[in-house]
Design a protein around this ligand. Structure first.
Ligand code: PEP
Length: 247
């Protein structure tokens, strides 16, 4: 399995930020893992064009479940593929919170993404109050079951475990907590899609930085990371890619 270092730029970056993607390619021209940046949609085509022929892959941060139609402001999976995306992040906790996205909607989007030839990066994770209530595995199991569409394979699905309370906070779960959830995800995914689950990449996300990446990547069933803040600068993201390449 080739591991995956994915960067989520969220709603950050104008054309000048393309220089950071170029610097990342220069710093990591041939990583021993897959390397992905997901810029805002306004930069997708330009970044894909700049990355053509390099190791950098480009992803989007959301898509609509329909291929086309009267959905003002939305973008479809075929449009993202046409712009040069190979991946799309779906069901990020910020979209679940800001836009009320449900597991069923995430599954429909993932199905559309896969049909368009994109790799769906399906995000899930518990809130702090859910963890405090001892409900972490129940919450994550339900999100997994509800958000992963039938027909998912290791080639078209990535799962990102992102505890909501660890995103953008500088706080991370303990190594034991990450390992527990990732082992649980592998087992539940096997129940859902069978033996194929063994090679689905399971990413950890939430305050991954150059300083903590190596210890997280050493954990069993951690096949990479989804990185927010530390993906915005090549100087931060390149060492994370290097740590994953060495894991
Ligand atoms: C994210 O939003 O996917 C994320 C993991 O953010 P950060 O790395 O900034 O915590």
């Amino acid at each position: 399995m080739r591991k995956l270092a994915a960067g989520n730029w969220k709603m950050n970056g104008t054309a000048a930020a393309l220089a950071e993607a170029k610097a990342l390619i220069d710093a990591q021209p041939n990583p021993a893992c897959d390397m992905l940046l997901c810029p805002p949609a306004t930069l997708l085509a330009a970044m894909a064009e700049m990355a053509r022929g390099t190791a950098l892959r480009i992803g989007a941060q959301d898509c609509h479940a329909a291929a086309s139609g009267a959905h003002t402001g939305d973008l479809s999976a075929p449009m993202l593929a046409d712009a040069g995306a190979t991946h799309v992040i779906l069901g990020h906790s910020e979209r679940r919170a800001d836009h009320g996205e449900t597991d069923a909607q995430v599954a429909a989007k993932a199905k559309a993404a896969q049909a368009a030839g994109l790799i769906a990066i399906v995000c899930l994770g518990e809130t702090e109050s859910q963890r405090d209530a001892g409900a972490t595995l129940a919450v994550i199991g339900a999100q997994l079951q509800g958000s992963v569409p039938a027909g998912s394979t290791a080639a078209n699905l990535v799962i990102a475990y992102e505890p909501v309370w660890a995103i953008g906070t500088g706080r991370t779960p303990t190594q034991a907590q990450i390992a527990e959830v990732h082992a649980f995800l592998r087992a539940r995914l096997t129940d859902l899609i069978g033996a194929e689950a063994a090679t689905v990449r399971l990413l950890y996300g939430g305050s991954v930085k150059p300083g903590n990446a190596a210890e997280i990547f050493a954990l069993p069933h951690v096949d990479g990371a989804l990185v927010g803040g530390a993906s915005l600068k090549a100087a931060d993201f390149a060492p994370i890619v290097a740590a994953l390449s060495a894991a």
